[in-house]
Design a protein around this ligand. Structure first.
Ligand SMILES: [Zn+2]
Length: 306
């Protein structure tokens, strides 16, 4: 059984000249179809999250701000993307997409989202290109619906998952792991349950060894009902916003390692792409494609959970 990939054309939002390439979602989709990795029929479009879903994580005051669009100049500077109705609609769809991906993961063992991973969004504000925290919303919605009790967030974006860490800081049911470049945005890094802060220039071998040393034990001790994997493309050596030195192959091995570790433990996983800002946008597209190719390879080689 092939993987279904959750995607919506409206993820591509015009934010003007910007380092965040919102075209990447469309480009990844087209490449996967062109090379036969995913059939066009296996892409599924989500419904937007409801305001009730989003309110499981975000404050009423912040949601009113998003609804009215009344942000201060300082708030827009912190968000680092221009706010628009199209951005709001895209982010509600994307949160709905991560929720759908999580449900597919519970049914099939692996769910793949071609969007999401907006881990810098806090309950009361957005920052670093992230308006609302799709992964946190999906976790809270699944808990509300009685689908899961315990979740694990494996955040391998080059930037610390500050919003996610803060949201789940006092919640023993949700384990947050962030593997990131220590000397990079965000300046304030609220503690995850496990923070693996990496030195500038960390390469494939060191990165993969650290991941293999920590991840199996975390999965075994926490025993999650579902894991979310933020497969950031920005630990890449040519990334404009990152200072690590992973190769495209090393990132693919990272993806394979995370997915196989979870499959071995019988833990369903929902993957989201998170960040990616390579000097050559084509490299970002290829790194994200590889995550989905690895998910496809694994799901066709192993039966879904009973
Ligand atoms: Zn990032």
């Amino acid at each position: 059984m092939g993987v279904q990939v959750v995607h919506h054309a409206a993820y591509e939002v015009d934010i003007g000249p910007h380092v965040f390439p919102t075209a990447k979602y469309r480009l990844v989709r087209n490449r996967l179809v062109a090379d036969g990795s995913v059939a066009a029929i296996d892409f599924v479009a989500p419904n937007p999250a409801t305001d009730d879903d989003v309110a499981l994580v975000h404050t009423a005051e912040y949601l009113e701000k998003i609804r009215s669009g009344r942000f201060s100049t300082r708030e827009i500077l912190t968000l680092e993307v221009p706010f628009s109705a199209a951005l709001r609609e895209s982010m509600w769809l994307c949160a709905g997409g991560t929720m759908l991906t999580a449900r597919l993961a519970l049914e099939r063992g692996i769910g793949v989202h071609l969007g999401g991973g907006f881990h810098h969004a806090f309950p009361d504000h957005g920052e670093g290109f992230c308006l609302i925290n799709d992964v946190a919303i999906a976790i809270r919605a699944l808990q509300r619906d009685g689908r899961i009790d315990r979740a694990l967030v494996i955040d391998c974006d080059v930037h610390h998952g500050n919003g996610t860490a803060a949201i789940f800081q006092n919640d023993p049911a949700v384990f947050t792991l962030s593997m990131h470049q220590e000397r990079n945005y965000p300046a304030w890094k609220p503690a995850s349950d496990l923070d693996l802060g990496l030195d500038d220039g960390t390469g494939d071998a060191e990165y993969l060894a650290l991941l293999r040393r920590h991840l199996p034990g975390v999965v075994e001790r926490h025993r999650p009902d579902l894991a979310f994997y933020l497969a950031g493309a920005d630990p890449y050596q040519q990334d404009q916003l990152g200072g690590l030195a992973l190769s495209i192959e090393g990132l693919r091995e990272r993806d394979a390692t995370v997915l196989a570790t979870l499959a071995d433990a019988g833990v369903p996983v929902a993957t989201v792409p998170a960040g990616g800002y390579a000097r050559r946008p084509d490299d970002t597209v290829e790194i994200h494609c590889n995550t989905i190719r690895e998910a496809q390879r694994l799901s066709s080689s192993r039966p879904p959970p009973p």
